[in-house]
Design a protein around this ligand. Sequence first.
Ligand SMILES: [Fe+2]
Length: 405
Amino acid sequence: MIKKIAVKELQIGMRIERFDGGWLEHPFIFSRRTIKNEAEIARIREWGITHVYIEDGQDVEPEPAKPPPPPVVLERAAPEPGRIDWELKHVPISHELVHARKVREQATQAAKGIMASIQAGEKLETKEAEAAVKEMDDSLVHNKDALLLLMRLRKKDEYTFEHSVSVGVLLMAFARAMGFDQEATRNIGLGGLLHDVGKMAVPLGILNKPGALSEEEFRQIQQHVVKARKILLANHHMPPSVLQVAMEHHERFDGTGYPRGLTGEAISLGGRMASIVDVFDALTADRCYHKGLEQVEVLRKLYGWSKSHFDDGLVQLFIKCIGIYPPGTLVKLESGMLGVVVESTDKLLRPVVRLVYDTTQDWAVPQKDIDLSKPLDQGGSGDRIVGYESAKLWRINPLKVLGLS
Ligand SMILES: [Fe+2]
């Protein structure tokens, strides 16, 4: 039986079924969880959650003696399943950006090399891609926001390669946040890098056609997932999750996708995750047939589609992983200040923001970072985000503000 109790009655060993309130009102990626220590109870209290629903009639274990704190190490084990490991931030974003730029370049070169060798009819060789995936994973563990922020830097004519890298980065950040272990995270990242290899077997004229596609042209584009299977299976050591990502990233939860029209959980977890991140990245990029949308807008669209095309639970987890206001977003604060999101904090709606403009006075202000998650008595500003703003309308270049372009 499910029972509602006050947070002050929570004890170690109790199994929470859900929190009182919406999914945005707590930092955990999954609501369902067994309380393991006092710190977890304190964290729930800190979020201002007053009541939770628990499974009644369970044995409550006494609190074990506290072990000494573990030493801080950079290379950590996979995070506890079911929560975003916000502590995956051992390196300040300004430092990690230097490393992440090299990692992104390495991954882009690996993607280019693979595509070129497939076009030349050579056998798929993944050594360079695997090395790039390892570096991408290391960077995400250091500070996930660095690579996620760099995804916003796009070069014309590099879409296919940059999209492959971005899908790899997004899948790995998503996987880490969901508690995948290192091997599973890297496998799904490799799947992201390779998910569109089949496109190398589709004529370029059709791939980049700006206008509407004929039925036959659309059929040829759809063939890229089938062709990917053949290319990937030629490498006998390919992990199954790579194949799932490549074969199922165009399947849709409601059965409207291709190539097999699979529905619900008949689509693998990797396939369902990949379908979300593939659309997220594609819609944020400028293409010959559409202008790229702001990440916040795409997250809203994904949320809107989460009752049909996508697994709604996974969409919520993805939004939590990326952030309601992802790094690089221009936001307006209650005070009337405009700022660019620098990085996430453990409070989804309260990231670190770089102030740039005062709309009440209509002038630019000296740039200054404020951590909106900090309470007033710890040096916080007491300000809060009221919404996102169009950087184009305000003629503000968020990447320039962050020193990236
Ligand atoms: Fe695709």
